[in-house]
Design a protein around this ligand. Structure first.
Ligand SMILES: [Zn+2]
Ligand SMILES: [Zn+2]
Length: 384
């Protein structure tokens, strides 16, 4: 039985409809002005300004994070946090569609603003910076942003609908090989080639891949391969993501990848330094009650479920995983109807400002708001 009422559905739908132009403008403006993780100053300001205009008490640079914000309204017994991501990717801009995440979170928040007292909610729209790199939500968890949250909600655009997706745990490694520079023709015997160290490590990992456990993944890029062909590179750098389903599988992968890199260093006479960049992303733990409620909300607003015809694929990672391991959480993947365009492609960025993308953003705003109302009206849904 729904914990939100038919009156809730009508009120939320009307509120989102009324501000649909504003929300679409916000979404398109963020998409057109991509900013990388930890540098999302303009996107955070756009969101904070709009929430302030709608009566929220807004703290900018909240929790010691320059590009986060916390916008609060209501004083009810159930604290609902709606997460707004707004960082982009190098080279492909808003190809993960975080413009839709931010705009739908604001849409949900502003629609709820007039209903928080009635539903006994204390609402925070939280600007969660740096999802793509670093793990801004882990910064926010450590600073206490979710300490008194009863529930945390967000959506993510996707080729298909999956309201309770799983994700992989991940961490990023920066790998630097150091050798010795020398003239590549006149005195190559005096050099130690750091690029060879990186290449050997990359190839070792490629060979290891055949014996990975299911869903263990490593992917990498070479970010520094030397400066000139006639100088033996004394420094070379690669960046890898290690992913696995469980922390135990991730730990197994760490040990084996480390051996690949250290073996490469031995073989090439270089030294290797491995640094973990940012936070470890934990896997998503979807809350079944929230997923069911969100599904009902989508049904109530007339959104047809658009399933992945190949079944549930497990891939990708999010720092919302860490949130969901600590607080009842919903990370609903919602279709922008674009397959074979997928996240992190230029075509996906375009899909996230298409009419279909805009429609999904507005539907997400409604469904998130209705889920929040359900939690407010029936806190036992998440409070045990
Ligand atoms: Zn992404
Ligand atoms: Zn994303």
């Amino acid at each position: 039985m729904s914990a939100f009422t038919s009156h809730d559905v009508a009120a939320v739908s009307a509120a989102v409809h009324e501000m649909s132009e504003t929300l679409v403008s916000l979404s398109h403006a963020i998409s057109a002005d991509p900013e990388l993780s930890y540098d999302e100053h303009r996107a955070a300001a756009r969101c904070a300004d709009l929430l302030e205009q709608h009566g929220f008490a807004v703290e900018r640079a909240s929790y010691g994070q320059p590009t986060s914000f916390a916008a609060r309204i209501g004083s009810g017994d159930t604290h609902v946090v709606v997460c707004a991501e707004y960082d982009a990717l190098p080279g492909v801009g808003h190809a993960c569609g975080h413009n839709i995440i931010a705009s739908s979170a604001l849409g949900a928040g502003i629609a709820l603003a007039a209903m928080v007292d009635d539903a006994n909610i204390r609402l925070t729209v939280l600007g969660t910076h740096a999802e793509e790199v670093g793990g801004g939500k882990v910064d926010l968890i450590e600073a206490g942003a979710f300490a008194d949250a009863d529930v945390a909600l967000m959506m993510h655009p996707s080729p298909y609908d999956e309201y309770g997706p799983k994700s992989l745990a991940t961490e990023e490694w920066v790998v630097v090989h150091t050798g010795r520079a020398s003239h590549a023709s006149a005195a190559p015997e005096l050099g130690l080639n750091a690029l060879d160290g990186v290449i050997a490590g990359y190839n070792n990992i490629s060979m290891l891949r055949q014996s990975f456990r299911k869903h263990q993944q490593v992917h990498g890029v070479i970010v520094d391969g030397g400066k000139a062909p006639n100088v033996i590179p004394e420094r070379a750098e690669a960046s890898y993501y290690l992913r696995a389903v469980t922390m135990e599988d991730l730990e197994d992968l760490r040990a084996r990848v480390r051996a690949c890199l250290e073996g490469a260093a031995t073989a090439t006479g270089t030294t290797v330094e491995i640094t973990v960049n940012g936070h470890v992303y934990e896997s998503l733990k979807p809350h079944e009650g929230l997923v069911a409620t969100f599904t009902e909300a989508c049904d109530a607003i007339g959104r047809e479920f658009h399933a992945d015809p190949t079944g549930d694929e497990l891939g990708g990672s999010t720092d919302f995983g860490n949130v969901s391991q600590r607080v009842p959480g919903l990370h609903a993947d919602m279709a922008v109807y674009c397959y074979p365009a997928v996240n992190h492609q230029h075509e996906f960025a375009a899909a996230c400002v298409s009419p279909e993308g805009d429609k999904t953003m507005l539907e997400a705003a409604k469904a998130l708001a209705l889920t929040a109302l359900a939690v407010g009206r029936s806190p036992e849904l998440v409070k045990g």
